[in-house]
Design a protein around this ligand. Structure first.
Ligand SMILES: Nc1ncnc2c1ncn2[C@@H]1O[C@H](COP(=O)(O)O)[C@@H](OP(=O)(O)O)[C@H]1O
Ligand SMILES: [Mg+2]
Ligand SMILES: [Mg+2]
Ligand SMILES: [Mg+2]
Length: 346
């Protein structure tokens, strides 16, 4: 856990440095129409480098989002050099004198190519979850989980732009990070080890005492506030609205990018998180692993729309029915019943 938190903090620092000064040349659009930036690659390198350094005797097995293919082409060379410089600025703070070459950076990125699966130990990394939020100056998170024999046993969520205090309806309406990291009370690090509860501490102060987190004790829709993606192409806003109506939810949704939604759920700030992607979309394990263990350890339930607990043992993807519903147990049960009515299986 100490190594995981240190790795996420270093990567969050790199992301924070990049977010404000990101230029158009520092992002490319991937084949699936999603963006990737120098910070996505840089954060993946920093996490893998930091974890490998903490445990040099063990070969790292990591299931991570990014790969080096684009960066190995001539067109990718300038971006690779920029990433290498960014990574080295962080490496210098953690291991003075150590310098990585562009070729080492490529090889470290590809440490993330593991297939995961039902046996052994694998790290699971989303170096920046919510890249669209990151480029839009909104929320994003650095998400690191660990699988042991197919079960998520550890999760760390670095949320650089998330206020430590309450997040209001206004933040949701704008879908934005009203205040970006830099303020002393912005930036959260959520973490959990299976069986040990879930915790939060300030992201930028490693010496601050962690506080336990717990999902809200809400049982009625009328008191609930639900969270969803800013991007409706990632998750249907209309299905969520129909489910919320069915439960008697009256408050407007809190729209946030990335796994900060799992963090807010664990902290009892939002009460429900729902995600209904297009039917053809396959969810990836790095988009959920860290948030999953944190919410479960905070007393919540995270399942597919049929109420089946998420299964991370099947490789890089999650096999799930329709979508994801995360909530405190009483609300969760009502939502699964509502989903059978409002969003029945095709
Ligand atoms: N068509 C689609 N449907 C559902 N999810 C998608 C999607 N395209 C991309 N995503 C995923 O949605 C994640 C962001 O979720 P959110 O909308 O909650 O911020 C992305 O993570 P990355 O930003 O790491 O690529 C990506 O994995
Ligand atoms: Mg992505
Ligand atoms: Mg993601
Ligand atoms: Mg990502």
């Amino acid at each position: 856990m100490a190594s995981a938190k240190e790795a996420v903090r270093l990567a969050s620092r790199l992301c924070q440095d990049v977010q404000r000064q990101l230029s158009a040349e520092e992002r490319v659009d991937k084949k699936d129409d999603s963006p990737v930036t120098v910070a996505d690659y840089g954060a993946q390198v920093v996490v893998a480098w930091s974890l490998q350094r903490a445990d040099p005797a063990t070969r790292l097995s990591m299931v991570a989002e990014e790969d080096s293919a684009e960066l190995r082409t001539p067109a990718g060379r300038a971006m690779l050099e920029r990433i290498t410089a960014l990574v080295n600025s962080v490496v210098a703070t953690a291991a003075p004198g150590e310098v990585l070459s562009p070729e080492q950076v490529l090889d470290i990125i590809d440490l993330g190519a593991s297939q995961g699966g039902p046996s052994g130990r694998h790290w699971v990394l989303d170096p920046i979850d919510g890249t669209r939020g990151f480029v839009g100056m909104r929320q994003y998170s650095v998400c690191l989980g660990m699988l042991q024999d197919g079960e998520v046993v550890l999760g760390v969520l670095g949320c650089p732009n998330l206020p430590q205090g309450p997040v209001g309806d206004d933040d949701g309406a704008a879908g934005s990070a009203q205040r970006l990291s830099g303020d002393a009370d912005v930036g959260c690090l959520f973490f959990s080890e299976r069986g040990q509860g879930a915790w939060v501490e300030p992201l930028w102060n490693a010496d601050a005492a962690p506080a336990p987190v717990r999902v809200a004790e809400v049982t009625e829709g009328a008191e609930a506030r639900f969270m969803e993606s800013v991007e409706s192409r990632h998750s249907s806003h209309s299905i969520n609205a129909a489910l919320a109506r069915e439960l008697g939810v009256v408050r407007p949704p809190l729209r946030m990018d990335s796994q900060v939604k799992y963090g807010l759920l664990s902290r009892g700030c939002g009460t429900i998180f729902m995600r209904f992607p297009p039917a053809t979309y396959k969810e990836k394990i790095w988009d959920h692993a860290a948030g999953f263990v944190i919410v479960e350890e905070a007393g919540g339930r995270v399942t597919d729309a049929a109420g089946v607990r998420l299964d991370f043992s099947k490789g890089r993807f999650l096999a799930l029915d329709r979508g994801i519903i995360a909530a405190p147990p009483a609300l969760h049960e009502k939502l699964v019943a509502a989903a059978a009515k409002v969003a029945p299986k095709a």
